[in-house]
Design a protein. Structure first.
Length: 126
């Protein structure tokens, strides 16, 4: 076992689970979605993206692309949440749905990234 590969897989799966934890709950109720969890999801996703830059294979390029998509979605969700609450107001139902929907898009990209990680791991055994 390579410690580098363990850390790589750990960060990718952590990005997925943090993103999933943020998304779970009523999509219209902001009380079910923690802003700090969104922030942690974004930070770990950015770390995962940086870790994927070294791989030159086709599968590595696809994994990097999925990570970039997740980053864009999470950045958009965080910026929208920040922009919507600049005046000190709470998020409206429409704004909450927008933030969570963007995070769901990132979740889809993170799921694809983990599936690709599993495919890559399984192909190394053969």
């Amino acid at each position: 076992m390579s410690f580098d590969k363990i850390i790589f897989a750990f960060v990718i799966v952590l990005a997925l689970t943090l993103n999933f934890g943020f998304v779970v709950g009523d999509i219209t109720d902001i009380a079910h979605h923690n802003r700090y969890e969104l922030f942690a999801s974004l930070v770990v996703s950015l770390i995962a993206t940086v870790m994927k830059f070294g791989d030159r294979s086709q599968l590595g390029s696809t994994m990097l692309a999925t990570s970039l998509v997740a980053d864009v979605q999470l950045i958009a969700a965080a910026l929208f949440w920040s922009w919507s609450t600049l005046d000190g107001a709470t998020l409206s139902v429409h704004d909450t749905v927008t933030v969570v929907s963007l995070a769901i898009g990132a979740l889809a990209a993170n799921v694809v990234s983990v599936v690709l990680l599993i495919v890559e791991t399984a192909s190394l055994r053969r």
